[in-house]
Design a binder for this molecule. Structure first.
Ligand code: ATP
Length: 320
């Protein structure tokens, strides 16, 4: 089992080592290799990412990814968007679990407003929102396969023609799969998910709406430092915290590593180790219950001290 590790920039360099140690603890046979991508590399070499990196990443069974800071370069293309496209990671899974709710947000990851088709003219700048039948169908099928009780399609079909296509294909696929399905306009959805989280099971939506909805839903679980995500394609898979590189707190050893560790747990589930994933979640809960939390959760632990306590709890799951 080969896992590529991309720490990236900012707090990615602080939280990913904790997640990697957790993986090494529960699966000592994993072979890790580092791939350097992002802003720091761009500063040093003038490129943030290239084809050789894609080739290396393709050789891994799974990728553990931190975050990449956007360089101030007008020609810059987001590394993460290029990676999602290059590895065809079309489904972005963002589980949001808490007391009384267990939501799975399935976000289309390769097209929509993040299609990367954009240009600047004299008096305007344009970004093309592309929704394809193929892209909608495969994400709808993916979401239907993960729906436990019902599927909700987040959309803005009352305004956007492209969302009429997306919504209708989702409804069609849900009917075909026998999955109960309703639709909801994304703006009122953002409020309702906060007010009635227990009403939702699996949610499928387009790229930017899924991005925003999952950041909104982070409020339900206590912030961005807690939410993991998986980017899945038919051949490759990349696991990363929902948060970015957080330059404002980088280098201070105060970032919460839970989102990164939970992303590692999603990686374990993906490689067929659900017990190991459950063991990791158990150790997170035990560490929090012992009052060890980083400042974003009201505590005074550092990234490093939280990581050490977590590893100790992982090694002695029976005690405490
Ligand atoms: P990027 O441009 O890379 O997305 P950003 O700073 O715009 O970075 P995030 O990294 O997602 O956006 O973070 C937003 C804010 O949330 C951060 O400024 C930080 O204060 C807080 N935050 C994010 N992740 C964590 C974390 N793991 N622990 C503590 N606080 C966090």
């Amino acid at each position: 089992m080969k896992v590529a590790v991309v720490e990236g920039d900012g707090i990615g360099r602080e939280v990913i080592p904790v997640a990697r140690d957790v993986l090494a603890c529960v699966r000592p046979d994993i072979e890790f290799f580092e791939v350097e991508l992002g802003y720091a590399r761009w500063e040093r070499t003038g490129t943030a990412y290239d084809d050789a990196d894609l080739h290396d990443l393709k050789s891994a069974d799974a990728i553990l990814f931190g975050a990449v800071t956007t360089p101030p370069d007008p020609d810059y293309r987001s590394v993460l968007l290029q990676l999602r496209k290059g590895l065809d990671l079309y489904a972005n899974l963002r589980p949001v679990k808490g007391e009384g709710f267990d939501i799975l947000i399935v976000r289309e990851n390769t097209e929509g407003l993040y299609s990367g088709i954009e240009w600047t003219e004299a008096d305007r700048a344009c970004t093309l929102r592309v929704i394809t039948r193929r892209g909608s169908r495969r994400i709808a099928r993916f979401a239907c396969a993960r729906t436990r009780s019902h599927l909700t399609v987040g959309n803005k079909a009352n305004v956007l023609k492209s969302d009429v296509l997306f919504r209708d294909i989702c409804l069609e696929e849900a009917a075909r799969a026998g999955v109960p399905c309703t639709t909801q306009f994304i703006d009122s959805f953002a409020l309702d998910i906060l007010m009635h989280p227990s009403r939702y099971d699996c949610i499928v939506t387009t790229n930017i709406f899924g991005d925003i909805l999952s950041d909104v839903a982070a409020f339900l679980v206590g912030g961005l430092g807690l939410l993991p995500s998986a980017n899945i394609g038919d051949r490759h898979a990349l696991f990363e915290p929902v948060h970015g590189s957080a330059p404002d707190i980088a280098g201070r050893n105060i970032a919460n590593p839970i989102a990164a560790v939970r992303s590692a747990a999603l990686l374990l589930e993906h490689i067929g180790e659900p017990e190991a994933a459950a063991q990791v979640e158990g150790a997170i809960k035990k560490t929090i219950a012992a009052g060890i939390t980083t400042p974003d959760m009201g505590g005074s632990a550092t990234t490093g001290s939280f990581g050490s306590a977590l590893l100790a709890n992982l090694r002695t799951p029976g005690r405490g």
